[in-house]
Design a protein around this ligand. Structure first.
Ligand code: AMP
Length: 215
């Protein structure tokens, strides 16, 4: 089962994907998380990607595609996966269709999570992420129990360098120009849900949109 989560930065794709892993028993593939890991390890890919990421621009398609191809061929992805942050433009959607075909799969579901722009900005400016496990917190709506420490794994929380206002505005612009056209690209399989509620409620909406029961 291949599920694509679409939505602007801050719409909750990562949060939903993490919850969907246990509900659907397939892994979460986040190209953003993979790229951040490459940056933190200063691999050749990371060094190349970081200049784009810092500005909120997309990393060149060829670099991300190579990384994605390797990831979907791993054993844990044999039964399918949840894509968060890929595809980001129509060229990536076309490349994805070919990659899936080569591993005998297809896109089964595309769900867009819809959130108002002001909520996106509030969520992203207040977001703090765990360096270790990637869990997301929010200074106002989901503060950690202990300041700057992840409730889940004890890792250190940090503010992503692209979660600052001017970069956020650029990421939203990139989303509108390059990623939003995917809504039309996938119109035949697309389901759109509101992402304005509590994560658990959004999860139930998401599951019912793909014909699965409540979590
Ligand atoms: P995300 O964690 O999905 O918000 O992604 C963070 C940043 O990683 C984006 O602003 C891009 O610079 C880069 N990125 C993530 N996924 C992709 C992708 N599919 N194509 C190009 N760049 C990406």
């Amino acid at each position: 089962m291949v599920l694509i989560l679409l939505g602007a930065p801050g719409s909750g794709k990562g949060t939903q994907a993490k919850m969907l892993v246990s509900a659907l028993q397939v892994p979460h593939i986040s190209t953003g998380d993979m790229l951040r890991e490459a940056v933190s390890n200063q691999t050749a890919l990371g060094v190349e990607a970081q200049t784009f990421m810092k500005k909120g621009e997309l990393v060149p398609d060829s670099l991300v595609l190579k990384m994605l191809k390797e990831r979907v061929q791993r054993a844990d992805a044999a039964k399918g996966f949840i894509l968060d942050g890929y595809p980001r433009n129509t060229a990536q959607a076309e490349a994805l269709a070919q990659v899936l075909e080569s591993v005998g799969k297809q896109v089964d579901h595309v769900v867009a999570i819809d959130v108002r722009e002001q909520s996106l900005i509030d969520r992203l400016t207040g977001r703090r992420s765990c360096k270790n496990c990637g869990e997301a917190f929010h200074v106002a709506s989901k503060p950690p129990k202990k300041a700057d420490i992840c409730d889940k794994c004890g890792g250190e929380l940090y503010q992503r360098n692209d979660d600052v206002e001017d970069v956020i505005r650029n990421r939203l612009q990139v989303y509108r120009n390059q990623t939003a056209p995917l809504l039309a690209h996938y119109k035949d399989v697309l389901k759109t849900i509101s992402g304005e509620s509590e994560p658990r409620e959004v999860l139930n909406r998401l599951l019912s949109s793909i014909g699965k029961g409540r979590a």
